[in-house]
Design a protein around this ligand. Structure first.
Ligand code: MN
Length: 734
């Protein structure tokens, strides 16, 4: 074809397009469409599609689909221009000055959607993608152009590689066809589904197509006969109507066979007629019911197959009467009755509303979008109307944003959400460790407001410094807010518990009771149980929070000591085998001020671990013994102050340290097993253990190697959280 021929050919094509738009919109701005076409033609000049044809045929095809949907001229023009920003050097400012803001906004919206690849992994994900498209589109026409774009690409999918074909087809089936369904555009939905079905399952598709063709003659004869009988009756009753046959699309047959496990022959509603009543309004509606009455008087209706979607429209506004009768040949015949208006709405859905009412205010647009969004949120269609209204209402007030994780998963967050909300949506731990965020590869402040389509990456720190209180003022999701609050509550709980233990110690001391011995004793455990606590931790928190008077507890302890004849057993009964005795100071990770390579041992009485405050005591001929600073023996040794020397922990000590831990628990099966597993999970190696059972309480002592004070703390927390464990604590020497 010569250049001139090609030019003339293009002109023919654009005139065809204009003629099609003019058929439903006589006032169409022909000049606008010609200019849009020329702009696109210039921009895409020299580009070809995989099929070898000039690229301009694609935007032209998309505009044709938009025209089939009877869309307005802005949308048709935007359809022609939809790929110029993405695929050519054209920029939005240029479009804005050439074609006005409206069209530029539409092209921008389509471009944004094109840049996102919806590689859905599962159904739930697909639903989020659909919502995301709606949220990002802002103008429903953007979605319509995108659907037209997808339809044209599916019509020409054969030129893509096999893998790409399958991916596009799956995406079409999971994201775009349901989207078309929600918007009520059935004409688009069916074609998208059949094209995707043909691509994904070519053999099944061919099989069903052959079976349908096989029965066609038979079916058509039956349909013709029924149509003739019904047409006559309608005429007699003065109901102007058109009767048409109706082809089932192949994917819906396949879907029924696959999902409901039916055989092809069992899907009996293959012969179908549609009665379209010509009059509109109330008159048309009356005609529909009259036609239905005639159908039911002619042929016996099948029970349970009548549905009145005129009195109760579907949520995508679909209106029609459905019935199945035993037809003239004694075979089932499915009949739909609707008015011409209802029919157009059923075929074009959202698009039908778009064109006819021109000069709508922007408020009407908002209502429109709200309605579309409510449709998107609606999963199952035939549910109770109350539920529907509720979902509609919540949708009016809570807007959402849809953002991507670096792996391309979608997260749904309330609008105004920040990277902190996102971090907590990924994982609580990620939230707690957040120190910064990147959005679309750029560092942003943590109060940044996320927008739909953003790719979000969270920067975390390994050291658990925890959330900031300031975050509570910026986060939008209740999940993030709750997690941050919980973190602070847990922190405070620890403090309150420590305070409770201290209060009790003081109260016991004031009564001259051996408080250290009592701490882990069964006497105290019984008192705590009598007070109504199953976990010692809860008891101490209550004490610390001032909800229990310590004096009352002390009285109970005294009572019990009297009745138990004052049996306070020694806390540590087992004599642990020492894993380490005396070793060189640097191997223990302890440095002695002013001295190198001196013999150092850890005191058996208090077994300090890294992180503890420590002092060194010079023992005769045995080097330096390291005690915890709060060890009672240290006080006793104060008589010889000259023998004390400064010692400190060195960073990075890797050797384990021996510590004695008591675990008190109400006896139960497999308790020891759970305790041992907990030690193991915290990397604590049990060196020795012993235990007794008293009054139903198992009291066990373990000597174990732990890394440092932090490890010890988390081990104790885990032990306390075990089922039936009453308390777990580090044994303090008496
Ligand atoms: Mn395109």
């Amino acid at each position: 074809m010569s250049v001139l021929d090609a030019k003339r050919h293009h002109e023919d094509l654009v005139e065809e397009l204009i003629a099609e738009v003019e058929s439903y919109n006589p006032d169409v701005d022909k000049d606008l469409l010609r200019r849009a076409f020329e702009f696109a033609e210039r921009a895409h000049a020299g580009q070809t599609r995989r099929s070898g044809e000039e690229f301009i045929h694609h935007p032209l095809g998309v505009a044709r689909v938009c025209a089939e949907l009877h869309l307005d001229e802005q949308t048709i023009a935007a359809g022609l221009l939809h790929d110029v920003v993405e695929d050519t050097g054209a920029d939005l400012d240029e479009l804005r000055s050439e074609f006005g803001g409206d069209i530029a906004v539409l092209v921008e919206g389509v471009t944004k959607l094109t840049r996102i690849s919806f590689q859905s992994r599962e159904q739930a994900e697909a639903e989020n993608y659909r919502k995301m498209i709606v949220a990002m589109a802002q103008d429903v026409r953007v979605i319509l152009i995108k659907l037209a774009d997808r339809l044209h690409n599916m019509r020409t999918i054969e030129y893509l590689g096999k893998q790409k074909q399958a991916q596009k087809a799956r995406e079409t089936l999971e994201v775009y066809a349901p989207l078309a369904h929600r918007l009520g555009i059935h004409a688009l939905k069916w074609e998208l589904e059949d094209l995707a079905f043909q691509t994904l399952h070519p053999r099944k598709y061919a099989e069903i197509k052959a079976m349908v063709a096989d029965q066609r003659a038979d079916r058509e004869a039956q349909a013709d006969k029924a149509a003739e009988i019904l047409g006559l009756e309608l005429h007699k009753a003065d109901v102007p109507a058109e009767i048409t046959g109706r082809a089932k699309h192949l994917y819906s047959i396949y879907d029924k066979m696959a999902k409901r496990g039916r055989e092809f022959n069992e899907i009996y509603d293959l012969t179908a007629l549609r009665v379209i009543c010509e009059r509109s309004g109330d008159e048309g509606t009356r005609d529909c019911y009259a036609a239905l009455g005639l159908v039911h008087s002619l042929w016996k209706p099948m029970p349970g197959r009548f549905k009145d979607f005129i009195a109760m429209p579907k949520l995508n506004r679909y209106r029609s009467l459905h019935t199945t009768v035993i037809g003239p040949e004694g075979k089932p015949l499915e009949i739909q009755v609707r008015t011409r208006d209802m029919h157009e709405e059923a075929e074009l859905g959202v698009a039908a509303h778009w064109l006819y009412k021109r000069g709508r205010s922007s408020k009407a647009d908002d209502e429109w979008l709200t309605w579309v969004k409510s449709l998107m949120d609606w999963q199952a269609e035939e549910q109770d109307p109350g539920e529907y209204m509720r979902s509609l209402r919540t949708d009016l007030f809570s807007d959402e944003v849809y953002v991507f994780t670096p792996k391309g998963e979608v997260k749904v967050l309330p609008s105004g959400a920040t990277p902190i909300d996102f971090a907590y949506a990924v994982h609580t731990d990620v939230g707690h460790r957040t120190v910064g965020a990147k959005v679309n590869s750029r560092i942003v402040p943590l109060h940044y407001r996320l927008k739909s389509g953003d790719f979000v990456e969270i920067l975390t720190t390994k050291s658990g410094r925890g959330p900031s209180r300031d975050w509570l003022a910026v986060v939008k999701s209740s999940r993030a807010r709750n997690k941050i609050r919980q973190w602070y509550q847990r922190e405070t709980r620890g403090e309150t518990e420590a305070k409770g233990r201290e209060l009790l110690d003081q109260a016991l001391k004031a009564q001259k009771l051996p408080y250290r011995k009592l701490q882990g004793s069964s006497v105290l455990a019984q008192v705590i149980r009598d007070t109504g606590f199953r976990k010692a931790e809860d008891f101490y928190v209550a004490l610390g929070a001032g909800k229990l008077p310590p004096a009352q507890i002390v009285n109970k302890v005294i009572q019990r000591l009297k009745t138990d004849e004052g049996v306070v057993e020694p806390v540590v009964t087992s004599k642990p085998r020492r894993a380490k005795t005396a070793v060189s100071s640097d191997r223990l990770g302890i440095s002695v001020t002013g001295v190198d390579d001196v013999l150092v041992r850890l005191a058996k009485c208090c077994t300090p671990v890294p992180g503890d405050g420590i002092v060194g005591y010079i023992s005769m001929g045995r080097g330096i013994t390291v005690h915890r600073a709060d060890c009672p023996n240290v006080r006793a040794l104060q008589r010889n102050p000259e023998r004390f020397t400064d010692v400190e922990w060195e960073g990075g000590a890797s050797a384990g340290f021996l510590v004695q831990i008591a675990v008190d628990a109400w006896d139960r099966a497999r308790l020891l097993e759970d305790v041992a597993r907990t030690f193991a999970e915290h990397g604590a190696n049990i060196v020795s253990y012993g235990g007794v059972v008293e009054d139903g309480m198992a009291r066990n002592w373990y000597t174990a190697e732990v890394g440092d004070v932090k490890d010890l703390r988390s081990l104790l927390t885990a032990l306390r959280n075990l089922e039936a464990v009453f308390d777990a604590y580090r044994v303090t020497p008496s």
